[in-house]
Ligand binder design. Structure first.
Ligand code: AQP
Length: 337
């Protein structure tokens, strides 16, 4: 039986955090067992905001190593860097030429990030969702596991593929692009900041205490959880809109302890913050320990890491070129003789 294909990625804009793991990578680990999986380090996305070239190079390798440390197996999945496959940029340009500008101007992530950057906004930031559409469409992906925050971008990718390419340039029984579906995992779909339960946990938040990095040492994890915002009420609970921090921290605990929502609620509904925070700290430290140990082994061996990335690149490039040839031909771009 042909396995369905999944594609996803994280941008190497800093050290991966609990949100990236619980909302994305943790789910990839299961998906790779039943799907043909492509997991990309989306470094071209990372330069849509101001960046330091040395840090980006380091962070790209570190992100790939963290994928593996979290359980992405290079025998089951193709792991590669986006910038190593030229078709991402080429497809982005071709899609740019058919994407209405106002579709991009209404993207929530663009509006939020543009607001933070004042008058220093690049065209790349506006174009981020088109590059993401290119990433997904290149690999004829069936499913794209994303967090709730990326759902709007995936809708855009589907609209571009269907109404701007397949309907205009494809034949009825021969669509150029496969139309991907989002795969939103409910549990952990959105992990919020430790400093404000109404904001997403984010790599680019200037407040480092707002997130737990996957490589944070135990004492730092303890410090961050100790400082995490709380409220004056007793007992932990889910989904009370007036208590976003309680819901967020209990969600984190329910996932990383492996207890699930019902058992975690039963255990913590009568607990004060003073009792709950050490419990969450201990569960977080133990959950991250094996990832950190595996990461240290991987990062010491750059030759092996590069080999994994190279194998991933070769496989990804082959599929990407097949898609590009279909599109180039349909758009009237001459294929090389
Ligand atoms: N807080 C989160 N909760 C759940 N899932 C999350 N993801 C990111 N943050 C959370 C999921 O991780 C995947 C990759 O994200 P990304 O780094 O490519 O982009 P992002 O969503 O913009 O992540 P950050 O951390 O907020 O990065 P910056 O600060 O650089 O923009 C996606 O599947 C995303 O849903």
């Amino acid at each position: 039986m042909v396995r369905k294909r999944v594609f996803s990625g994280v941008q190497p804009t800093g050290e991966l955090h609990l949100g990236n793991w619980l909302g994305a990578i943790r789910n990839w680990v299961d998906l790779q067992k039943t799907h043909e999986a492509f997991f990309c380090v989306v470094d071209l996305h990372a330069i849509t905001v101001p960046h330091d070239p040395n840090l980006l190079a380091q962070s790209s390798i570190s992100t790939a190593a963290l994928y593996m440390a979290c359980g992405i197996d290079s025998k089951l999945s193709s792991i590669f860097l986006q910038s190593h496959i030229p078709a991402h940029s080429e497809l982005c340009w071709l899609l740019n030429c058919v994407t209405p500008l106002n579709w991009l101007e209404r993207m929530i992530q663009f509006k939020e990030k543009a607001l933070k950057q004042g008058d220093n906004i690049s065209v790349g930031l506006l174009d981020y969702p088109v590059l993401m559409a290119a990433d997904i469409l290149l690999y004829d992906s069936d499913l794209v596991p994303v967090g709730e925050d990326q759902k709007q971008h995936l809708e855009l990718a589907r609209d571009i593929a269907q109404s701007r390419i397949n309907s205009r340039f494809g034949k009825e029984n021969e669509p150029i692009f496969k139309i991907p579906k989002p795969l939103i995992m409910q549990e952990g779909a959105k992990i919020m900041s430790l400093a404000d339960g109404n904001n997403k946990m984010s790599k680019s938040d200037p407040n480092e205490s707002s997130r737990i990095g996957l490589l944070d040492p135990p004492d730092l994890i303890a410090k961050k959880i100790k400082r995490a915002k709380t409220d004056s009420q007793f007992g932990l609970e889910f989904d009370n809109p007036n208590r976003p921090e309680a819901s967020n921290l209990l969600t984190i605990y329910s996932i990383i302890s492996g207890l699930g929502k019902d058992k975690a609620l039963k255990e913590c509904s009568e607990m004060g913050w003073g009792q709950f925070k050490p419990l969450l700290t201990e569960a977080t430290i133990s959950a991250l320990e094996p990832i950190q140990i595996h990461y240290q082994e991987l990062i010491k061996n750059p030759k092996e890491l590069n080999q994994v990335l190279n194998e991933g690149k070769l496989k990804a490039n082959e599929i990407a070129e097949q898609t590009m040839n279909r599109l180039r031909k349909a758009l009237g771009l001459q294929l090389q003789a």
